[in-house]
Design a protein around this ligand. Sequence first.
Ligand code: TPP
Length: 200
Amino acid sequence: MAIHNNFPRSNPMSRYLEMVDHPSHLKKLTPEQLAELAGDIRQELIEGLAKNGGHLGPNLGVVELSIALHRVFETPKDKFVWDVSHQVYVHKILTGRRDRFRTIRTTNGLNGFALRTESEHDCYGAGHAGTALSAALGMCAARDQRKGDEHVVCVFGDAALTNGISFEALNNIKCTTKRFIGILNDNEWSIAKNVGAIAE
Ligand SMILES: Cc1ncc(C[n+]2csc(CCOP(=O)(O)OP(=O)(O)O)c2C)c(N)n1
């Protein structure tokens, strides 16, 4: 398939970004180098989204979190379930899609959300807010039944907590599985400022 790159790179790729194209590469970097990598990724997000747009803020907000997750866990064996999945750009850069990153949200380019057919590191595609906790709980239940040992990590923003299905999952986690990793990425902001009692 022809891949368009209608916003080609004008500068050479920065040093640490060039070194990392797979989660295993992260494991070789020191904490200081990981901090440098975070800066490089931030720059790539800003430059890469300058033309075609995209979810800049949510991805700037998860640079360190995405690096940390990929440093600690092992996708595709472990599962990352991102709520909405508008914040997976960094995850894409770290999982083999760095060189196609600037095609994101263009015809034949990378998808703007997690997409199972795009990468084995994307275990769940979404787009809608609020489904990740329930999906991750289902994955935990399936894992437990087959006595698997992979980790399931759900990353959900405060916007997920405006959806009833998230509460259904939260209500059921304790009686369904003994091992569920949830990360609440609470920046007190959804598409716009949060409203309602939960946010308060
Ligand atoms: C059901 C549904 N309603 C609305 C949207 C539009 N939408 C896209 S991202 C988003 C908010 C995301 O906020 P949050 O999950 O808190 O993450 P943040 O962007 O703040 O990191 C919303 C409401 C959606 N994707 N799905």
